[in-house]
Write a protein of this length. Structure first.
Length: 97
């Protein structure tokens, strides 16, 4: 049973921090635990800094968007990472020209 109520059912996840082994694996594992599907992913290393942006499908997620955001953000802090989760509509609105 889905608990996400937003219309598009997609979110943007960004991760920034010093490069370290296992960042993508950690995020992907957490998303799989919550039944969140990764639709697209882009990552790069700029000098020693890791940056990643993901588009994910929340339609089958087992928790609310706010709970997902809080979980990833809090656990990310313990790993020295800044993790942000935004509904696609909010992200699009905030980044339009």
């Amino acid at each position: 049973m889905t608990m996400i109520r937003e219309e598009s059912g997609r979110a943007i996840i960004t991760v920034i921090g010093r490069d370290q082994i296992g960042i993508i694996a950690w995020v992907a594992t957490k998303l799989a635990e919550y039944n969140v599907n990764i639709l697209d992913i882009s990552q790069t290393i700029l000098k020693e800094f890791f940056t990643m942006i993901m588009v994910v499908d929340l339609k089958s997620a087992t928790l609310e968007l706010v709970e997902l955001a809080n979980s990833l953000e809090q656990e990310g802090l313990t790993k020295g990472l800044q993790v942000k989760v935004q509904h696609e509509d909010i992200f699009t609105y905030m980044h339009r020209i």
